[in-house]
Design a protein around this ligand. Sequence first.
Ligand code: F3S
Length: 399
Amino acid sequence: MDLTKQEQAMLDGKEGHAFRKSMEILVALGNIYGAERLIKVGSVQVAGVSYHNLGDAGLEFLNELAKDGKVKVLTTLNPAGMDLENWRALGISEDFAAKQNQVIEAFERMGMLVSCTCTPYLIGNLPRYGEHIAWSESSAVTFANSVLGAKTNREGGPSALAAAFVGKTPCYGLHLDENRMPEVHVKVKVDLTKLSDWGALGYAIGKKAENKIAYITGIKEADVDELKSFCASVVTYGAKPLFYMQGITPASETVNAPADHVTIEQSDIKNAYDNINDQVSDIDFVCVGCPHCSIKEIGEIADLIKSKKVAENTEFWVATSRSAKQLADKRGYSQVIEAAGGKFACDTCMAVAPLKGRFKALATTSAKGCFYSRQNLMKTKMGSLEECIDAAVTGKWNS
Ligand code: F3S
C-alpha cells in the first residue's frame, strides 16, 4: 500500500503506541484486500462495546490504546451491555456494571462519544450521500450504505478503532464504486402491513439474495423506522450490507436492475414468520427497539400501553438511545410507559446485555432480535407492536 509520510511516521511509532497499533491493523487489512491506499473517513461507529462480548482481554486492549490514543474524527459507540444509568432496574449485577463502566471510561479517554446506540444516524452521526465512513454495526452499515448512500465496509471492532485514531480506512470493498453494483433483482410482490413484516421481508430477501447486492422493486412506500428494521434483518439473514430500493433510496436512481432475478411472494413472508416463530405461548420477556426505537416509535408504544399494566411475571423493555429517551421524557411518553410497568433499556439491547438463561421466551417486533435471542437460549415470537404490547400485558402470545 502507498502510505503518505505522516501515515508512515505513525506506522513507525513516532506518534505513539495507539497510532502505531492502528496503522498496523489498517495496513494488514489493506494488504489482505488489495487496497492501494488509505482514504479519509467522515465518521466512525465502533461496535464491541459490551463487556459481555469483550471480556477482560478486550478491556485490557482498550486500556492499552487509551493510554495515548485520541480519535481524529467523530466517533460514536454501539450499545453497551447495560443501561449506563439505570442498570440495576434491568437486573445487571454489580460486578458486570463495574467492568462495563471501565470499558466506557476507556472509550471516553480516547475521545469517543458515549452515544451507545445502533442508530447513530438518528442522534447526530449522519453521513452525507457519497461520504466515506468506517462503521461496524451491521444494521447501521446497511442503513448508511443503502438508505443514506454513504460508503462503508462492515468494520470489525479493532479496524473501526484503528480508523477512528487515524481518521482513515483502507480503500477496498464497498468504498469502490465497481464493488457497489447490484447483483440480483429482487421483485417484491407482497403487501407489508406492519413493522414486523419488514423484518420478515429482510429474512426472505436475505435468504434468496445469498450474499449478493439486491436491487429491490415493488415497494411502494417506506418510512425510516421500516427501513431500519429491514436493514437489520436483511443483513442478519444473509444479504450484503448494501441494497437499492427503486423509488425509495436515492442511489437506486443511479444503477439499473440486473438481469438475474428472484421473486418474493406472500408464501416467502409466511415462511419467514414460520421460521422465526417458535411454538410457545407463555412470554416472560417483551423487548422492542431492535434497532433502537426512534422517538416516533416510543410515542406509538406509549399510546398502546396507556392505562394498561405489564403482567407480573413478564418484563417489558424499550431499547433506545439516551437522546431519544430524553425527548420521550419531555413529551411524557416515558412516564406513561413506566407507569404501566415498562422499563427503558437505554444504551443497550437484548443482544449485547448479559441475558443468557435469564428469560425463556421473547416477544418482539424484530427479526434480528429473534436471531440473537435464540443464541441467548430464548424461544422467540415476532409480531406487530400491538401483538407485543398484548404479550407484555397478558404474559401470553395470543395470535
Ligand atoms: Fe441494535 Fe442490538 Fe438490534 S445493536 S440492531 S438493538 S441487536
